[in-house]
Design a protein around this ligand. Structure first.
Ligand SMILES: O=C(O)CCC(=O)C(=O)O
Ligand SMILES: [Fe+2]
Length: 369
């Protein structure tokens, strides 16, 4: 499997300009409703992230007499699958106050994934609002390599259009499916994540999700007990190298890091335990011989790949906004729309959360890991 990233499926507008004739390209972009949100690859360099104390917004909703009251005015609330995902119609996310946002965080933690339709007001509110929205849920992450709208490094973009050639990384693979939990190499990886498409192909370009709580539950208690004793290295090095190779925007804004996380992590609010490995960033299990680590990780990735019974698939109708809890789910883009040459332009708001908490009867991580 290629070590490159679905998160790297980002094309710079400037590359697009080079690929088209300059005049045609400018016209194409100028006529675009969201041209102010096209990706740029600033050369800014940032110092390492510093640790911070995360106060989970979902916890604040735990004492609420009805922590689902923010859904009271919804016209429909439908479970996408028994274990993962809810689809909501009739709620205006843009209008949610602080209390309702806390409830939302708890709902997303419980369901893993919540899909809100008809959110034009939210999407059109623009990048200052996106930042304010995300900051409610945690400190905003700046991606080390992806494109962002001019002046808004906290907004991670995915982008592809008629002439972009960003998907080299999957040309040598039999699939575009790369399950991952975003930037799991950080000491404090993201929690409640918001993602939406500003433009979507007519068909294709769906996003896959899986419940890592459910993938863990499928395993035998004896095996889970063993997994709970383990921790693994997650690395941002390959993603940085991929960017440096020039296949993406070519920038690395922060020196890549590696961090050690438990294989099974516990959600700070729901207490649910989830498998926390992903093919994209997890590299090796500490304390095992190389072959043991490789075999075990391969088994777990294979288990995640095959888990159709705990997965959900989001189809992007216009003005859909999706929230997922990056601590207890994994996701993958689906790149099946190349032939149509249609534009696909997405934005992600990525608040960091706590350092992964080990399972209750699992290992204790020492502070220097
Ligand atoms: O483009 C997608 O469907 C998902 C992209 C992704 O993995 C991300 O932005 O975290
Ligand atoms: Fe992702």
């Amino acid at each position: 499997m290629s070590s490159t990233s679905v998160e790297t499926q980002t094309e710079s507008a400037s590359t697009t300009l080079k690929l088209r004739g300059a005049t045609d390209a400018q016209k194409y972009q100028e006529e675009y409703r969201y041209s102010h949100l096209l990706p740029v690859f600033s050369q800014d360099h940032y110092p390492p992230l510093t640790p911070f104390e995360h106060h989970d917004p979902g916890r604040r909703a735990l004492n609420h007499p009805n922590p689902r009251s923010f859904l009271d005015s919804a016209t429909s609330v439908t479970e996408l699958t028994p274990n993962l995902g809810t689809e909501v119609h009739g709620i205006n996310l843009r209008a949610l106050d602080s209390d309702a946002r806390d409830q939302l965080a708890l709902e997303v933690a419980r369901r893993g994934l919540v899909v809100f339709r008809d959110q034009q007001e939210f999407i059109d509110a623009g990048p200052d609002f996106y930042r304010e929205w995300g900051s409610h849920f945690g400190r905003l992450h700046i991606h080390p390599t992806s494109g962002h709208p001019q002046g808004y490094p906290e907004i991670h973009l995915v982008y592809r259009d008629a002439n972009s050639s960003f998907n080299f990384e999957i040309e040598d693979s039999i699939t575009s499916t790369v399950w991952h939990s975003d930037v799991s190499y950080e000491l404090q990886p993201p929690g409640l994540t918001t993602f939406f498409l500003l433009s979507q192909p007519t068909t294709g370009g769906d996003t896959l999700f899986t419940s890592q709580v459910s993938t863990l539950k499928k395993l035998s208690p004896q095996f889970v007990a063993f997994l709970k004793t383990l921790k693994a290295v997650h690395s941002g090095i390959e993603q940085a190298n991929f960017s440096r190779s020039g296949k993406r925007g070519g920038i690395v804004r922060r020196d890549p890091v590696e961090h050690v996380h438990p294989l099974v992590r516990r959600h700070p609010v729901t207490g649910e335990e989830a498998l926390y490995v992903n093919r994209q960033f997890t590299r090796r299990i500490l304390g095992l011989k190389r072959e043991e680590s490789e075999t075990l990780l391969r088994f777990l990735y294979d288990h995640i790949d095959k888990g159709g019974d705990v997965q959900a698939r989001v189809h992007w109708t216009p003005n859909t906004v999706v929230l997922w809890d990056n601590r207890v789910t994994a996701h993958s883009a689906i790149v099946d729309y190349g032939e149509s040459k249609e534009r696909r332009h997405g934005a992600r708001i990525t608040p960091q959360a706590e350092r992964p908490i080990p399972a209750l009867d699992g290992l204790e991580l020492s502070s220097d890991q």
